[in-house]
Design a protein around this ligand. Sequence first.
Ligand SMILES: [Zn+2]
Ligand SMILES: [Zn+2]
Ligand SMILES: [Zn+2]
Length: 374
Amino acid sequence: MRLFSILQEILKEMDVSKEDSPVREIRINPIIPTESVLVATARSMRPRKAEEPAPRDTRKHVDTCPFCTGNEDKTPPEIKRYPDQGDWDLRIVENLYPVLGNDRSQPGLLFGLQQAIDGYGRHEVIIDHFQHGIAVHEMSHDHLAKLFGVYQHRMKELYQLDERLKYVLIFKNFGPAAGASMAHTHSQIIATPVVPQNVYDEVHYSHEYYKRNHQCIFCSLINEALTFEATIYDRTSGQILRQINVGQYVVERGEKFIAIKPFASRYEWEVHILPLQHASNYLDTSPEDLDDLAKVMQRTMARLDAVIGGAQYNFFLHTLPQSGEFQSHGHSYHWHLEICPRTSIPTGFELGSGLFVNTISPEKAAEQLRAVQL
Ligand SMILES: [Zn+2]
Ligand SMILES: [Zn+2]
Ligand SMILES: [Zn+2]
């Protein structure tokens, strides 16, 4: 009897008839072909556990929070504040627990085939807003545009300050699973003497694509998203195997920026924002463009909040590295912002295989995000 009920349970788990056309396919990341994602939407294919949403602390001011106004003396040393006189909107401070130090002790260590580079670099915190618990989608356009301007300004300064720095990574963590230890809204800057591997891979593979196709792959993906409809026919019978409406990946559009759901999304609700016109370097973005970026970002975050409200997330800025060896890659690389909500916990299978499992089809996720009435 017990066996019977277990079997029934298993059969129930395997029953995919309620799902409309479940997807189960391995998708190759078009930009980094060595990276792939298993998109498996049938219930029985879901190996992931749901990640807890972060508790939202919506308070405007918390007396004991070192990042709140009035507690400026409780943060690590201040690097800058904006504006520099009167009440501040944003501040940049040193990180209290830097993962990298700016005192260079050893030039690099070699252990036979194994190498370690000294953990030299800079680690800073941007207090995004004077209001403690404000979410990105609740910030005004003007404030968000200012924040994007501050990112740009500080990146430029760091590159000028120290030519050994090869990459300045700007990112934001929201929620403990995403790595945020402070509830007060903030972003981080990590400047390193090496280009992070995923940025390097993007730069490298998009350059390879450019050499073959004389086009930027990111521009090609945007063009596809805006115009293309693909039909795959069976070679012998001529029957339609699959129709892909590529336009279904667009989540949000501004005058100068577009938010798209990547075809091979690693995370269920991952969204990327890119300039519509080709641009390799975030540092060249004009203030008018940053204003449109702020609008697209705000609307995208509002859509995400409506669908997966309170979810923990990271976002990172990927732009052409400053160092000379990449200066000829300006035609092939296209800067972008990757937003990666953490709605499920990666499994041992994913960590061990490097193959991400996405349990919601990117097409369905984009549809849901687009359907939000703003
Ligand atoms: Zn605070
Ligand atoms: Zn491009
Ligand atoms: Zn990227």
